[in-house]
Design a protein around this ligand. Structure first.
Ligand SMILES: Cc1ncc(COP(=O)(O)O)c(C=O)c1O
Length: 408
């Protein structure tokens, strides 16, 4: 496809988005997050097919944070999910109960005492769900054992495969001889977010370390491992390495050649963003999340939008916070909190970006963009189909009301 063809397609898409929100013209306060549910369903189906089965994918919900998306994942057959915050945990448990399915949720964050108690309280409210937490180190494992309640708390050990953010190195975990009372050991978490799309060899070396540790653990009866031992790796930038790693391969034959069950955990691919281009090409992703923004000021050679760092990609790097759909020649300058100046390379662009005009932004980083918004508008093609709340942050807060949970 030529650049001109892809610009024409983007313009069509921008027009369809504008038609979708037209019924809200009088109340659409920008910047506003708009989610295309058709694109969400397309992306979920693409990942399920790439993974080979919904069982092989434990998506991280920190990207999407909305009941309507969790319901779409459930409809696609997913039952294993990953969260980072208590708000996300509450949302997923509530949605699983509303959909009448028993979910299996990993809180993939090294919980401290108060947060661990919060997670246990939520688990007690929705006992049909299976919850796991992450142990960061042998000392944290002991602490989790002390904080666990009357039922054994299920844990995955966080193995640092070189990312240097959380978890303990394989050698440190290797010294673990027994699972402390009060806990049960469900698997190993080796998130390799430091590897890019081209780092296959390095990624595979890390997976080798993870499998060697799992093998050693499966031979230790005092670890009391029961059921499928999970090896959980990889987000959007490395799932392809993990799915190509023979040590994780699934077999349709019984017994499986590998004594563990491997899953990948990309979350960004459900919405897609500019940072995820290789995965988007690999999976044929569609862009599902947009920020509707308006021109609030026009000057010589520039138009300023109302989506600053509080509207789109607060953690922008040198690539800028977003692209303007249908206007590849426009380069966003450095955003301030509420303002995003665009440099206009040709004066003719000034006419399409006149004062008050809608501009559709594709976030550079969709996870942090979603987290800025309290609400999303849901569309399908050029139709508005509903709106609903987004959970954000760790803070324990009042449960969602019925009205807030309204669906399309
Ligand atoms: C622990 C963990 N798992 C999974 C993911 C999902 O990765 P991605 O957002 O690249 O899809 C992340 C992302 O930061 C993460 O921190």
């Amino acid at each position: 496809m030529t650049d001109a063809d892809s610009t024409a397609l983007e313009r069509d898409r921008a027009e369809a988005l504008s038609r979708a929100v037209a019924p809200l013209e009088d109340e659409l306060i920008t910047p506003a997050l708009v989610i295309d549910l058709d694109a969400v369903e397309h992306n979920i189906a693409a990942m399920v097919q790439r993974a080979g089965s919904p069982q092989r994918w434990r998506p991280h919900l920190k990207t999407t944070k909305q009941a309507v998306v969790i319901s779409a994942l459930i409809r696609a057959g997913l039952r294993h999910l990953k969260v980072a915050t208590l708000d996300e945990l509450e949302l997923v448990l509530r949605t699983g109960a509303a959909e009448d399915v028993a979910l299996d949720v990993l809180v993939a964050y090294p919980l401290q005492r108060a947060a661990c108690r919060g997670a246990l309280a939520l688990a007690a409210r929705w006992p049909e769900a299976q919850i796991h937490v992450l142990a960061d180190s042998p000392a944290h494992l002991e602490a989790l054992a002390a904080w666990s309640g009357s039922d054994p708390l299920s844990v995955l050990l966080d193995v640092d495969l070189g990312m240097g953010r959380t978890g303990s190195a394989p050698d440190r975990w290797r010294a673990l001889e027994a699972t402390p009372e009060g806990l049960s050991l469900a698997g190993l978490h080796g998130y390799d977010g430091h590897h890019r799309w081209t780092h296959r060899e390095a990624a595979h070396a890390g997976y080798g370390q993870l499998c060697a540790l799992a093998q050693a653990f499966l031979e230790r009866p005092a670890l009391r491992i029961q059921g499928a031992f999970e090896l959980l790796t990889s987000g959007t930038h490395s799932y392809a390495h993990a799915l190509a790693y023979p040590g994780f391969a699934e077999s349709k034959e019984a017994p499986s050649p590998n004594p563990w069950l491997h899953r990948v955990s990309p979350g960004t691919i459900v919405f897609n963003d500019r940072r995820s281009k290789p995965a988007a090409e690999d999976l044929g992703l569609r862009q599902a999340a947009f920020v509707a923004s308006r021109v609030i000021s026009v000057g010589p050679g520039r138009a300023t939008l109302d989506a600053g760092s509080k509207g789109v990609t607060p953690d922008a790097d040198s690539r800028g916070s977003c692209a303007v759909l249908g206007h590849p020649a426009l380069s966003p300058r450095r955003a301030s909190e509420e303002h995003l100046p665009l440099a206009l390379p040709e004066p003719s662009l000034e006419s399409s970006l006149e004062f008050g005009a809608l501009a559709w932004l594709v976030p550079d980083h969709v996870c942090t963009t979603v987290n800025l918004h309290r609400e999303a508008l849901w569309i399908r093609g050029d139709r508005l189909v509903g709106r609903g709340p987004i959970v954000s942050g760790h803070r324990p807060r009042a449960p969602l009301t019925e009205a807030q949970e309204a669906r399309p």
